[in-house]
Design a protein around this ligand. Structure first.
Ligand code: TXA
Ligand code: MG
Length: 318
């Protein structure tokens, strides 16, 4: 198993030696390596068993560092990064040659974000290179929101996990690109489409790409527990199920608590639901149940990103 701790110097020294270190962010934990060194970055793909056609996000300490790594930054990108960085927004921009092809899967753009977590901010500022970091989970599985989640699945493949506690947001960052001066939403996250639109005008959405991974967004089968998830009206779904042990993922607590049910937010708070989502999916995956029944949450604000993850988790089992 990996060592878990808060030693930034140790994390820095391992990264400088070309090793992987898991890092906390406000969204989910990342599996980090020196983004400018192809040999280090290759270790990420190996540890995650991630196909090399799925590009990584590069984490920087500041907007200035992002500017050094990119060939240009459209005005709209500048407005968005000024507003949301450090924070849960990733921007896809034309890359400079210094970013190795393995990071971007050969694309001429790079996804960049400046995470908002004290430990990781200190780490990034102490390094003289940026960090490539996808979520620190085996490819296709649920993203980790605690150091323990990382250790459970990747602990035998990495030396050190920087422990920043439970992630405050709990869902991966919102990803946007800029095409012909238009903002395109590739992945939903806690920064909502409305917030982006209010700052930079109309936003196009292009969320799912399962046949052409060079078109960004994500593969449909993602964030998935190993057990089957059925998504819909839980009470109706339950009526058709016989001879199976069922676990329930509900949004809000109503009536008397149900056995084998987890409530994303008893009081119906969407931010709390987002924070709990991945940890609860993991818990249900480990419970003594054969099948998970889940319901969508209200489709507003971060609720849209939660529903996106639920749909993807359920889609992989069809
Ligand atoms: O919140 C997050 O974004 C977390 C934390 C660790 O920062 N990271 C994360 O990384 O979710 P990952 O690898 O699980 O998701 C990265 C996704 C890729 O699957 C791809 O869809 C998109 O970012 N991406 C990366 N580079 C891209 C590019 N050049 N063009 C379009 N999309 C890109
Ligand atoms: Mg991921």
């Amino acid at each position: 198993m990996a060592e878990i701790g808060i030693d930034i110097k140790k994390a820095k020294s391992l990264l400088e030696q070309g090793e992987l270190v898991a890092i906390p962010t406000e969204t989910v934990y990342g599996l980090a390596a020196n983004a400018l060194d192809p040999t280090s970055v290759t270790k990420i793909f190996v540890a995650k068993e991630r196909p090399t056609f799925d590009p990584l996000i590069v984490h920087v300490a500041s907007v200035e560092q992002a500017i050094e790594l990119t060939a240009s930054m459209p005005d709209k990108a500048r407005v968005l990064t000024n507003k949301f960085w450090p924070g849960p927004l990733t921007v896809v921009l034309p890359k400079k040659l210094v970013i190795p092809d393995i990071v971007t899967s050969g694309l001429n753009t790079v996804a960049i974000r400046c995470p908002n977590h004290d430990l990781t901010k200190q780490l990034l500022s102490s390094l003289d290179f940026p960090l490539a970091a996808p979520s620190a989970n085996p490819f296709g599985y649920i993203s980790p929101t605690t150091a323990q989640h990382v250790n459970d699945q990747l602990g035998n493949k990495i030396k050190y996990i920087l422990d920043g506690g439970a992630c405050k947001i709990g869902l991966e960052s919102t990803i946007v690109g800029f095409e012909n001066n238009e903002v395109v939403l590739y992945r939903r996250g806690s920064v909502s489409e409305e917030e982006i639109m209010n700052l930079v005008g109309p936003v196009k959405t292009r969320l799912v790409s399962n046949s052409n991974p060079t078109a960004p967004g994500q593969l449909e089968m993602h964030y998935a527990p190993r057990k089957t998830i059925l998504l819909g009206d839980i009470d109706k779904l339950e009526k058709n199920i016989k001879d199976k042990k069922v676990g329930f993922l509900r949004f809000q607590h109503q009536g008397s608590p149900q056995k084998d049910a987890l409530y994303l937010s008893k009081s119906g708070n969407l931010e709390e639901a987002a924070r709990n989502l991945f940890a609860f999916l993991r818990q249900l995956d480990q419970m003594d149940v054969d099948l998970i029944l889940a319901e969508m949450v209200p489709d507003v604000g971060i609720g849209k990103a939660i529903n996106d993850r639920l749909i993807r988790a359920a889609a992989s089992k069809k």
